[in-house]
Design a protein around this ligand. Structure first.
Ligand SMILES: Nc1nc2c(ncn2[C@@H]2O[C@H](COP(=O)(O)OP(=O)(O)O)[C@@H](O)[C@H]2O)c(=O)[nH]1
Ligand SMILES: [Mg+2]
Length: 634
């Protein structure tokens, strides 16, 4: 199904048209019928010639009910813009158009009604130009009469063309159902209704209502019970239990949105494109007395933002009402610089980056434009601005930033997948687990890690590397696995510590280097005769010094207390391969010119490295040599 909202000046025939198209009464209240005036949002639906179902949200056109109008069009992406043939362009025609443009509504029809009362052509011509200037240039224009039924068949076909061209929303999108009505039904709890723009809701689903879980007991779509519904749709949800619910609250997918009362936004003046008096039709083309109050010469005195590029956030009043979906909350505007501002909302709203808030000045009187600006949410969780100059820096940072993950990461540096989802941004590749990082920040962190590990190594030369936890603390990272993900050569990770890598000989303290050099000289003549513990102690090589030298790759540890020069094991393998195969420990000991104390652990070390292999209890052979000879037993 599809949903289209009406728009247009009061008494131009919106409700009459909806009634004629659907056979349903959009003005449900007795007062509305008595006064012939739409006060509340009306709902009616029909089946189009194609068989598609279409629901209308009929809005009030009276200037006093602009807030209600905005709640009706807020979650809807297509509009039926109504202008009376005998009325022409009027203040709320303009105001509604400004709101639609600011909301980014790009799909619609222009319907000139009351065509039985006046020639529709002039109204069509003027309205069409204004719509085109407001981004609704693609809107087909039709002339109809809600009274005689003239043109309604063509209108139904045009509605079919309109809905067929609407983008198909994602059924898997997180749900945000802005409530436009809520009531209690005796025996079944709370019922809320709204326009579901995207995503899917099913019976039994748990949604979130202003931070509190809310279970869907049952749902209806156009008065018919259904088990699940996918946006776009008009839906009524029966929630379990009695819930405090009402217009302006939203039912959302848990974790799918960021509840926030502070947002950084990019502002643009509303109505800067659409319907200027010097634009289509010229001054006074609106057809109401004394020219067009929406674009007077001295716009700034009347508080209207000038359309020129010089407009900035400082041109707005400090206190406005922010509209999104069916919500309207008071907000304080803090200009940060240029068109970037920080909005403090009087209540929490579930928002994504990329959402559009419409800013309105409710204090304005008759004939003044009240929809002042469009605010695109850039960051629903902005950082504090404490330092001097922070606001200006923030404005510069956001000036050109699109509302996406890359921009958010530039500010927040590290975010989890869940945070990004709640902020409404597509996730790229995580750097580790569910963590995402700003690429520049991530490589800075890697550099800093190398730096702190180096510093740690020189401050504690005999320690086996820097504990991961200490590095985490030093880099102020929230989790150890982030530190581990930053370890890359020449850094290496082992036993909960980060070492500067095997090329760390230079990091050894000078006395250890000297001791290792002396040991190397002693071993040059008899490389396999590892020094005794006493000799090591004389050289100043205690267990810590030995461990450091081994880590640095300066010594080879064959077994506890047995150290040789690096590479000695490979040399031993080569010498043993020259012996008649297989050979005994004693033959090996003699060939290598060493003692039994060294030969046994050295051979075990060679076994582990695959340089030798046990043939039986007493014999070994060198697999390389054996292979070359004749591996096939007879
Ligand atoms: N003659 C004629 N009257 C119409 C037509 N459409 C609406 N009206 C009348 O215009 C008045 C306002 O219509 P309504 O639908 O309430 O306007 P809305 O405020 O835009 O919803 C009512 O008295 C209608 O009967 C039409 O096409 N032809
Ligand atoms: Mg009406």
């Amino acid at each position: 199904m599809h949903v289209v909202a009406t728009a247009g000046h009061v008494d131009h025939g919106k409700s009459t048209l909806v009634r004629a198209l659907t056979g349903m009464e959009p003005d449900r209240l007795a007062e509305e019928r008595r006064r012939g005036l739409t006060i509340e949002l009306g709902y009616a639906w029909t089946r189009l010639p194609s068989g598609e179902r279409l629901a209308f949200v009929d809005v009030p056109g009276h200037e006093r009910f602009l807030g209600t109008m905005l709640a009706g069009v807020g979650p809807v992406s297509a509009v039926m813009f109504v202008v009376a043939a005998d009325g022409g362009w009027m203040p709320q025609s303009q105001e509604h158009l400004v709101a639609l443009e600011a909301l980014g509504v790009r799909h619609g029809l222009l319907v000139v009604t009351r065509a039985d009362l006046a020639d529709p052509a002039p109204a069509v011509e003027r309205a069409r130009a204004r719509l085109a200037a407001a981004g609704l240039g693609g809107a087909e224009a039709l002339a109809v009469s809600g009274r005689t039924g003239q043109g309604l068949g063509e209108l139904r076909r045009a509605l079919d063309r309109l809905v067929a061209a609407l983008p198909v929303p994602d059924p898997g999108a997180p749900v945000r159902l802005w409530i436009d009505r809520a009531f209690t039904v005796r025996g079944s709890g709370t019922v809320v209704t709204g326009t579901l723009p995207a995503g899917t809701v099913g019976a039994g689903d748990e949604l979130d209502l202003d931070g509190v879980p809310a279970r869907v007991r049952a749902l209806e779509c156009l008065k018919e019970p259904v088990t699940s519904v996918t946006g776009v749709a008009r839906v009524a949800l029966n929630l379990r239990g009695r819930r405090a619910a009402g217009r302006g609250l939203a039912l959302v997918t848990p974790g799918g949105w960021t509840y926030t009362d502070l947002v950084d936004v990019r502002l643009s003046p509303a109505g800067s494109v659409g319907g200027g008096p010097r634009g289509p039709g010229g001054p006074g083309a609106g057809g109401f007395g004394g020219g067009d109050p929406w674009r007077p010469g001295g716009s700034r005195e009347r508080g209207l933002p000038p359309p020129a590029g010089g407009w900035d956030a400082g041109d707005l009043p400090g206190r406005l009402t922010a509209h999104i979906g069916s919500a309207a909350v008071v907000c304080a505007v803090r200009p940060l610089g240029g068109r970037i501002a920080r909005l403090r909302l009087a209540g929490r709203l579930p928002l994504h980056a990329g959402d559009v808030l419409l800013l309105r000045d409710p204090g304005r009187g008759r004939g003044e434009v009240r929809v002042l600006a469009r605010a695109s949410v850039l960051d629903p969780r902005p950082p504090g601005l404490r330092r001097r100059g922070a606001a200006r820096e923030r404005a510069a940072e956001l000036a050109e930033a699109p509302p996406d993950a890359a921009s958010l990461l530039r500010t927040h540096l590290l975010l989890r997948t869940g945070d990004l989802a709640a902020m409404g941004c597509a996730r790229g590749r995580p750097v580790c687990g569910d963590w995402h990082a700003d690429p520049a920040h991530w490589s800075r962190l890697a550099e800093r890690l190398a730096e702190v590990v180096r510093r740690h190594a020189s401050a504690h030369p005999l320690e086996p590397g820097m504990p991961v936890e200490a590095a985490r603390h030093e880099l102020a990272l929230p989790e150890r696995r982030l530190v581990e993900a930053l370890v890359r050569p020449p850094l290496a990770l082992g036993a909960g510590r980060i070492v500067s890598g095997p090329a760390g000989r230079a990091a050894l303290p000078a006395p250890v280097v000297r001791a290792v050099e002396r040991l190397g000289a002693e071993l040059s003549a008899r490389p396999f005769l590892a020094p005794e513990a006493g000799r090591l102690a004389e050289l100043g090589l205690g267990p810590r010094e030995l461990a450091a030298a081994v880590r640095a790759g300066a010594l080879l540890r064959v077994a506890e207390g047995i150290v040789l020069l690096p590479g000695t094991d490979v040399l031993a393998g080569r010498l043993l391969a020259r012996l008649p195969q297989p050979f005994t420990v004693s033959q090996a000991r003699q060939a290598l010119g060493t003692s039994r104390r060294v030969a046994v652990p050295l051979l075990e070390h060679l076994d582990r490295r695959g340089l030798t292999e046990r043939a039986d209890e007493v014999h070994r052979y060198c697999p390389a040599r054996a292979g070359r000879r004749s591996p096939v037993p007879r």
